[in-house]
Structures are given as structure tokens and as C-alpha cells.
Design a protein around this ligand. Structure first.
Ligand code: NAD
Length: 375
């Protein structure tokens, strides 16, 4: 098999879908040839020579790469120009934005077999392939580091000869993978941390990291509804949202830094920090809106911009993992390799797509010219 690694063309995308480590493993048994577009690793500080040393063939002409690759590994979904260069029988694996139906239709019309890694089932067997987790983990870390950089005060409490400096108060909204890493990072920097999530199940995880869990009391009906069988949050009732809004406003006004990570798959992000809350926050406070690409948890944050409104710094960087490009690529590339290994026979290197496998069926978004409809 020829496995193609094109350079990412999305603005600001620094990550790459294979590293010398994964190239070495793909090519170890001699079954596969890995074609890497020249410069594909530049954003993650991986020179062509490192890929070459690991056994890859460097290709200058992207149309040649797409023309030869039976399997294409990408970070972001391809644009129409890239799709046009792909073989009709190619397998495409990446973050394909499966909720954007038109994009998937373009892939289907071309005849591709495509797998959207966002649709990976959250089951134990899939953990090593879970790109959302590996990237959210990095994003949560970087969100805190960027907030600390913009914040004009210390994170830890300091007792100095010139007097005492108070510890920063950090509020994390959404305690999934990103939120938990943000809690851990802010704690390591010495901040006092509080966190909130609609899923009561995360209380224990938040507390085990040394943060306080901000709790909106739930009715029995709300408790049963708060989390899907897959562990994701669901849309809550209007009455819950009102009670939640009042409590978050109160905690936000007391905070110096807010990191928001709240997402509901396939839906716009919930608004958690309204303009009146930003207005009431202390001047110099910082909000990092990690949900900005899904519409934002704060309506004042702007995509890929840092703005100051009502004296509060609002950071809306969509691709935080891309700012930690080397490690983000290393983990992403391993996730993709573990996923691809599900379909590559270990003895013969042949491709076998077993659609009975829940991981393969869950991620498959199009095949044989058709968009795969999910229940
Ligand atoms: P996510 O990125 O979809 O959402 C981030 C967080 O926002 C979630 O914790 C969610 O509950 C929270 N949220 C949504 N609406 C909110 C609101 N209105 N107010 C406050 N918080 C809100 O979530 P994720 O990080 O991808 O994790 C989703 C679930 O999957 C978690 O239960 C996680 O532990 C689980 N998970 C399981 C596995 C596995 O078993 N393989 C791997 C990774 C994650």
C-alpha cells in the first residue's frame, strides 16, 4: 500500500498526520511505502530528512502524492481542490468535520472511503486512537499557559519581603478531557481552581485534581438526562440553564481567569459567559474560549483573535493543539496509526475493512459513492 501524508493547507494548521516514528512502523515490514509531501512536517519542526531517514519517500509534487496514495492520512478535512487530486479508490482518514454534511458529500461524490476520527466511539478499545482526547488534552494545557502569559499577575501565592501576592482564581467551565487538563495545569502553576460541568459524574474527577466542584443542584429527572450513554453532555432544560447562569455569573465575577471548554457534539456550544458577566468581571481578567470554533461559550470572544472588551482579555484561538505542534502531531500520528492498524492485516499488509467492527462502522462517513447515514 502507498500511504500519503500531504502538507496541511488550512491556515494556521501546523500539525502533520505522520511522524518519523510512525513512518518507521508503517514501513518496517516492507508492506507499505509512505509518501510525504516535502515540507509537510515543517510546522511541527520535522524536516524532510527525518522522514527520509525513517524510510519515507519525499514527494515535491502534491498531485503525484495524491495520484499514488491508496491511503491518505490528514489532520484537517481536504478542500475540493485536494479531493479532485485524490484517487477515486482512496481511503481518507482525518478530522473531517462530519457534522458539515456538504463537505462529506464532496468526498462521497469522488468515490472515497472516508473515516472521520471525530466519530470514534468512546470505548476502552478505541482509547489509543482517540484523537479528540489527545488533542483536547494538549489544548487544555496550552489554554492555561496562554492565559498565564496574558494575565498581568502571578498565578501562585507569593510571600515576599515586599509583601504578599494573592494566588490567581481560575474557573474552568466544562470538565471533560480539556477541562481536566486545564485544572491540572492551573493547579501546578499554583492557582486556586474551581470547575463546573453539567455532568455530575465529573465531580469526583475535579476534586481528585484538587479543584472545587461548582454544583448546580439537579432534580432527579435532570440527573438522569445530563449525560448520554456515550458519556457526552446533553442540552439541558431552560430552568436548569437559568439556575446554572446565576451560579456561573457569581463564580465568574470572583475569578481572574476563565477557561471555557463546554461542547455538545454536533450542536452550537452553550453560552455560559454572557456580556453582562464579562462587564462585571475584574479589569485585567482573562477568558480563554476553547469552544470558539463551535460558536463560543462567550458571545464576545472572536475566532482566532485576542480582544479586550470591558477590560477583559478574550482569547479565541481555535487551534490550541497546533501551538504545541510537535507533541500534538506525535500523539495524533500514533492515534491514526493505531486506527489504521485495525484495517491492515499484520501478516500480509492487506487492507481489510471490517464494517462489523464498531470502531470502523462508527467512523465511516462515506463509501461506494454514498454518505453513510448514522442512526
Ligand atoms: P466535550 O469536548 O464534548 O465537552 C467538554 C465538556 O463540556 C464535557 O465534559 C461536557 O460535559 C461539558 N459541557 C457541555 N455542556 C456544558 C454546559 N452547558 N455547562 C458546562 N459544561 C458543559 O467532552 P470530552 O472532553 O470529549 O469528553 C466527553 C466524555 O467522554 C467524557 O465523559 C469523557 O470522560 C469521556 N471520554 C471517554 C473516553 C473513553 O472511554 N475512551 C475517552 C475520552 C473521553
Amino acid at each position: 500500500m502507498h500511504i500519503g501524508i500531504p502538507a496541511e493547507i488550512n491556515a494556521g494548521e501546523t500539525r502533520v498526520a505522520a511522524t518519523p516514528e510512525t513512518v518507521k512502523k508503517y514501513t518496517a515490514k516492507g508492506f507499505h511505502t509512505v509518501l510525504v509531501q516535502s515540507g509537510a512536517g515543517a510546522g511541527a519542526s520535522i524536516p524532510d530528512a527525518a522522514y527520509q531517514e525513517a524510510g519515507a519517500v519525499i514527494v515535491n509534487d502534491v498531485s503525484q502524492l495524491y495520484g499514488q496514495s491508496q491511503i491518505i492520512l490528514k489532520v484537517r478535512g481536504p478542500g475540493a481542490d485536494e479531493v479532485a487530486l485524490m484517487r477515486k479508490d482512496a481511503i481518507l482518514i482525518g478530522l473531517l468535520s462530519p457534522h458539515q454534511v456538504e463537505g462529506i458529500e464532496v468526498l462521497a461524490q469522488h468515490g472515497l472511503t472516508a473515516f472521520a476520527m471525530e466519530k470514534l466511539p468512546r470505548i476502552s478499545r478505541a482509547q489509543s486512537m482517540d484523537v479528540l482526547s489527545s488533542q483536547a488534552n494538549i489544548g487544555g494545557y496550552k489554554a492555561v499557559i496562554i492565559a498565564a502569559n496574558v494575565y498581568q499577575k502571578f498565578f501562585p501565592m507569593l510571600m515576599t519581603a515586599a509583601g504578599t501576592v494573592k494566588a490567581a482564581r481560575v474557573l474552568i467551565l466544562g470538565a471533560g478531557v480539556a477541562g481536566l487538563q486545564a485544572i491540572a495545569t492551573a493547579k501546578r502553576l499554583g492557582a486556586v481552581v474551581e470547575a463546573f460541568d453539567v455532568r455530575p459524574a465529573v465531580k469526583e474527577q475535579v476534586e481528585s485534581l484538587g479543584a472545587k466542584f461548582v454544583e448546580v443542584p439537579l432534580t432527579d429527572e435532570e440527573k438522569a438526562k445530563a449525560e448520554t450513554a456515550g458519556g457526552y453532555a446533553t442540552e439541558m432544560s431552560d430552568d436548569y440553564k437559568r439556575r446554572q447562569g446565576e451560579l456561573i455569573h457569581q463564580r465568574a465575577v470572583a475569578a481572574d481567569i476563565i477557561i471555557t471548554t463546554a461542547l455538545i457534539p454536533g450542536r452550537p456550544a452553550p453560552v455560559l459567559i454572557k456580556e453582562e458577566t464579562v462587564q462585571a468581571m475584574k479589569p485585567g481578567s482573562v477568558i480563554v474560549d476553547m469552544a470558539v470554533e463551535a460558536g463560543g461559550n462567550c458571545p464576545l470572544s472572536e475566532l482566532n483573535k485576542t480582544v479586550v472588551k470591558h477590560g477583559v482579555h478574550l482569547i479565541g484561538i481555535a487551534n490550541l493543539p497546533g501551538l504545541v505542534a510537535a507533541d500534538a502531531s506525535a500523539l495524533y500520528a500514533r492515534n491514526l496509526m493505531n486506527f489504521l492498524n485495525l484495517m491492515l492485516d499484520a501478516k500480509s499488509g492487506e487492507l481489510k475493512i471490517n464494517q462489523e467492527d464498531e470502531i470502523i462502522a462508527g467512523t465511516l462517513v462515506c463509501s461506494e459513492g454514498q454518505v453513510v447515514k448514522k442512526a
